[in-house]
Design a protein around this ligand. Structure first.
Ligand SMILES: Nc1ncnc2c1ncn2[C@@H]1O[C@@H]2COP(=O)(O)O[C@H]2[C@H]1O
Length: 149
């Protein structure tokens, strides 16, 4: 089954949004298969955001991500990457539609509450950066027979 990496950033944690955000994905029918609450070490932030390391906003992004604990998750479900990206909304909250997480809970690009992998390939890479294989569970949700045809 498809998997993705989602991370509630320090602003989402500090603003008490973890439960609300997790509830949205759970109610959609997606399955939480790993989760941990963690202050990210610098080397992991560098690895995760390596494609942005030369961008002008990188120093600000790095200090924001390291400013407090994050809530890291692996979610599973059919088409989970595209579904969660739609539910999260545009990277810039000013462009995110109402009903999306960033559209409902954020104002500025530098404080956009949550990260979600943008492709299956990125998801595999990001899951491997943040989780050991044994931290990811495998189980059936009882409602799966009413979620999948
Ligand atoms: N122009 C920008 N200014 C500040 N932060 C940015 C900018 N563009 C992207 N980002 C941040 O870089 C992150 C890269 O992926 P995320 O989905 O985690 O969310 C993005 C934003 O938090």
């Amino acid at each position: 089954m498809d998997q993705t990496f989602l991370m509630i950033k320090p602003d989402g944690v500090q603003r008490g949004l973890v439960g609300e955000i997790v509830a949205r994905f759970e109610k959609k029918g997606l399955k939480l298969v790993a989760a941990k609450f963690e202050s990210l070490p610098e080397e992991r932030v560098m690895e995760h955001y390596s494609e942005h390391k030369d961008k002008p906003f990188f120093p600000g992004l790095k200090s924001y991500i390291m400013s407090g604990p994050c809530f890291l998750m692996v979610w599973e479900g059919k088409n989970v990457v595209s579904i969660t990206r739609q539910m999260i909304g545009a990277t810039n909250p000013a462009e995110a539609l109402p009903g999306t997480i960033r559209g409902d809970f954020a104002l500025e690009i530098g404080m956009n509450v949550i990260h979600g992998s943008d492709s299956d390939e990125t998801a595999k890479r990001e899951i491997a950066i943040h989780f050991k294989k044994e931290e990811i569970t495998s189980y059936e949700r009882v409602d799966e027979k009413y979620l999948y045809e």
